[in-house]
Design a binder for this molecule. Sequence first.
Ligand code: NAI
Ligand code: MG
Length: 332
Amino acid sequence: MAAEIVVIEGDGIGKEVVPAAVEVLEAFDSDFEFVEADAGDATKAATGEALPAETFEAAASADATLFGAAGETAADVILPLREAVESFVNVRPATAYPGVDALRPETDVVFLRENTEGVYSGHEDRLSDDLSTLTRVVTSSASRELAEFACEFVADGRGPNGDADEGFTVVHKANVMRETDGRFREEVLSVADEHDVDADEELMDAFATKLPLDPGQYGVVVCPNLAGDVLSDLAAGLVGGLGLLPSANIGHDNALFEPVHGTAPDIAGEGIANPTAAVLSAALLLEYLGHVEEGQRVRDAVTGVLSDGPRTGDLGGEATTDEVTAAIVDRL
Ligand code: NAI
Ligand code: MG
């Protein structure tokens, strides 16, 4: 049966890099059915809603969704879309590619970030003129589900080393947040133990120092929601920029793939956006749908183009989005 892929370009350079990613998916004769849907600032201006119910439902019932970016309405689009696919883990690889000027060229880390709770669970209150509070939510079930995913991820050899015995590092602050991060830490380590997966732990502040100093010591990193958000952005800084980083929001039988970057209003409409992050998001989509070899071929093609060119302006080149996309497709 054809896999149904919902395609949401969104605003700004989403309209330029998502078609590039679709072109790459179309280069394989896999049986994909693409369904276009709208969301973002322009959709809100036209319909009054940043994420129309049809788009939410399309994403919820598809096999996978590929999303570009939304402008000012980003939070109104992306948070409900993650809910539409019931995503419990955000997968964010940060890899320094040859030929790209990276602060830390040895960086090759995959963050597996809890995607539903922690301080992002929405329990914020203004209690008085002086006082606002936030309830941090950590459940054993979500922590274990993330850990189960992490164990499977390393066992499948999907970590940077590609070894089934690679293990992972769990990052937390259980020495201070004893109850919430204490629970997170305990559950993650206990699931790792049940699966015979080697798990190290690191306090998140220490990790924030050690990662930029010596990223080579880390591979797969398992984090609570906020820590994963911040630390994966830190890793993005080490590998040379936003135009390169893909991400996946994985649910139980659905998933959403998106570049980490936004709409890049400063270059939107010029046809010069770097399609790499969107194309690598398509590689994650291929792997998610079971096309593991094809996903790797996309990554190899991207690696070749990043190292030999052509390159877009953000990487010091002069090529257009279309030229880089054509070069990637050529190598496939
Ligand atoms: P941004 O990621 O759009 O841009 C930051 C800088 O990186 C800009 O100089 C931009 O030109 C450059 N850049 C980003 N992606 C690039 C690419 N593929 N090729 C070449 N250069 C690239 O972040 P910014 O400027 O903070 O936000 C712009 C808009 O995007 C805002 O309205 C924000 O709300 C939205 N946004 C949406 C996100 C989403 O939909 N997931 C995520 C982040 C921001
Ligand atoms: Mg972020």
